[in-house]
Ligand binder design. Structure first.
Ligand SMILES: N[C@H](CCC[C@H](N)C(=O)O)C(=O)O
Length: 281
C-alpha cells in the first residue's frame, strides 16, 4: 500500500482530512473512513475529502462522513478542498469551479493564502422530492413534524444535501445533541437528514447549532448555514445579507437576486499526517 499521507484542515472547527488518490495508493473503503475519523484510535475528523478526481474536464471531490456515508456536498468541505488544490499547486487561478456529487460550486479566493474565500453554493430547493422527504410532492415549509414524541415546526430543503431547519429560542449544543439523532434518522427522510436549530437574532444575524447526518454534533456546517439562511429568508425573517454564528465561528451568507446562495468564510490548515504502514491492519 505504501505510506499514506493526509492533509488536515478545518473550517470553523469542522475538520476534514484530505486524501489525494494521485499521491497515495489506497482503495478507500468504509472501514478506512471510520477508522481515520476516530478521535482516539485514528487521526480524528468530521469527514474525509477524497480527490482531486479529474474527470470530464472537471475537478471532482468525493465527501465522506465519519460513518462512511457519502455526502452530496459540504460547505466547509469545499472551502477546505479549494485551499488544498491551491496548496498542492493543482490550481493557480483566483476563481475556479469545483464539482461535488450535487454538482458544481464556484470558488473565489479572497486572499493570497486561500484562507478566506467566497463560494457560490447554488440555489435552495424546498420541494419534498428534491430533499427528499416522503409523501406527496410539496414544499416543506413551516410543517409540523413529530420527532421523539414532540411536534416541531420545521422547514426542510436541499442545498445539495438534505437539511431540516427548526426555528427556536433554545439554540444550544445540549438541545442539538438531544434532538439531532431523532431528526437525522426520522422515517420521513429516505436519505436521512442534517438538522439545524436556528435563532433569528436580527434581520442580518442568525445563530445555529448543528447535528449532522453521518457525523453527529459539529461546531460548524457550511451547508447548514446556507440552509438556515435560505429558510430564514424564505420565511421573511431576514434580509439578503446576514451572518450565521455557530459554536466554531461565523460565516457570511448572501442570498442573491437569482436565488444563488453565496457563502464567505475562512479555512485553516492544521498539518500533514503520514500514517503507519499497519494503521489499517
Ligand atoms: N454531514 C453532511 C455533509 C457535511 C456537511 C457540513 N460539514 C458542511 O460543512 O456543509 C451530510 O451528510 O450531508
Amino acid at each position: 500500500m505504501g505510506t499514506i499521507t493526509m492533509h488536515k484542515y478545518h473550517g470553523l472547527g469542522n475538520d476534514y482530512l484530505v486524501l489525494d488518490p494521485n499521491r497515495n495508493h489506497l482503495a478507500l473503503q468504509e472501514r478506512h473512513i471510520e477508522r481515520l475519523c476516530l478521535r482516539n484510535f485514528g487521526v480524528g475528523a468530521d469527514g474525509i475529502l477524497y480527490g482531486p478526481i479529474f474527470e470530464d474536464g472537471k475537478i471532482k471531490v468525493a465527501i465522506f462522513n465519519p460513518d462512511g456515508s457519502e455526502a452530496e456536498r459540504s460547505g466547509n468541505g469545499v472551502r477546505i478542498f479549494a485551499k488544498y488544490l491551491k496548496d498542492a499547486s493543482y490550481v493557480q487561478e483566483k476563481q475556479f469551479v469545483l464539482t461535488t456529487r450535487a454538482g458544481d460550486v464556484e470558488i473565489e479566493f479572497l486572499d493570497e493564502n486561500a484562507e478566506y474565500m467566497r463560494v457560490n453554493m447554488g440555489k435552495a430547493d424546498f420541494m419534498s422530492t428534491a430533499i427528499p422527504v416522503d409523501g406527496i410532492e410539496h414544499e416543506v415549509i413551516n410543517e409540523p413534524l413529530m420527532f421523539h414524541g414532540t411536534l416541531y415546526n420545521t422547514t426542510c430543503l436541499s442545498v445539495g444535501n438534505p437539511n431540516c431547519v427548526i426555528m427556536t429560542e433554545d439554540v444550544s449544543g445540549k438541545a442539538a445533541r438531544a434532538l439531532g439523532p431523532y431528526v437525522e434518522n426520522a422515517s420521513y427522510f429516505p436519505n436521512r437528514m442534517n438538522m439545524q436549530l436556528c435563532k433569528v437574532e436580527g434581520r442580518d444575524k442568525l445563530r445555529i447549532e448543528i447535528y449532522e447526518r453521518g457525523a453527529g454534533y459539529t461546531l460548524a456546517s457550511g451547508t447548514g448555514a446556507c440552509a438556515a439562511a435560505a429558510t430564514a429568508y424564505r420565511l421573511g425573517l431576514v434580509d439578503r445579507k446576514m451572518t450565521v454564528e455557530m459554536p466554531g465561528g461565523t460565516l457570511e451568507i448572501m442570498i442573491a437576486e437569482d436565488g444563488d446562495i453565496y457563502m464567505t468564510g475562512s479555512v485553516k490548515k492544521v498539518g500533514v499526517f503520514t500514517l503507519e504502514e499497519n494503521f489499517f491492519s
